[in-house]
Design a protein around this ligand. Structure first.
Ligand SMILES: [Zn+2]
Length: 141
């Protein structure tokens, strides 16, 4: 999967978070979800789909900022999950001796990997892939 398609799949999973934060309105998020779902379902990187994906990733200032934050992270982790990892690295870092890692678990669509989603809270319900309607599965690597 190309970086572009990774970003697109990751953005799908982060849309509800961006709505919660007031960065996107509900209608905009729904439009992005259906657009990204359609483009990602087109199979491995047709060049035309890549151009369209790029357009979607530049379609609003909130999305542009979010993409920039993901690209700035060494592991390509979305900003909301990266913040969580930093919080976890807080006062106990020295005691635990763990390398600061990603605090949130990553889930992906088991059918096509066309959605990536980070579970930021244990209480969060794991969503279904909007395209394949199956629950996302935990990535254990
Ligand atoms: Zn899927």
């Amino acid at each position: 999967m190309s970086e572009l398609r990774y970003l697109a799949a990751l953005l799908r999973g982060s849309l509800p978070h961006l709505v919660d934060e007031g960065e996107l309105d509900e209608g905009e998020a729904q439009r992005l979800e259906s657009e990204l779902g359609r483009l990602l379902a087109g199979g491995p990187a047709a060049e035309s789909a890549d151009a369209d994906l790029q357009k979607v990733l530049r379609s609003s200032p909130a999305v542009v900022d979010w993409v920039a934050a993901v690209l700035a992270h060494p592991d390509g982790v979305p900003p909301e999950a990266a913040e969580l990892a930093e919080d976890k690295a807080g006062p106990y870092e020295g005691l635990a001796g763990d390398a600061p890692g990603v605090g949130a678990q990553r889930y992906t669509c088991p059918v096509a990997g066309d959605v990536h989603w980070f579970r930021l809270r244990l209480s969060a319900t794991v969503p279904n892939c909007g395209t394949h309607h199956v629950p996302l599965e935990l990535v254990t690597t």
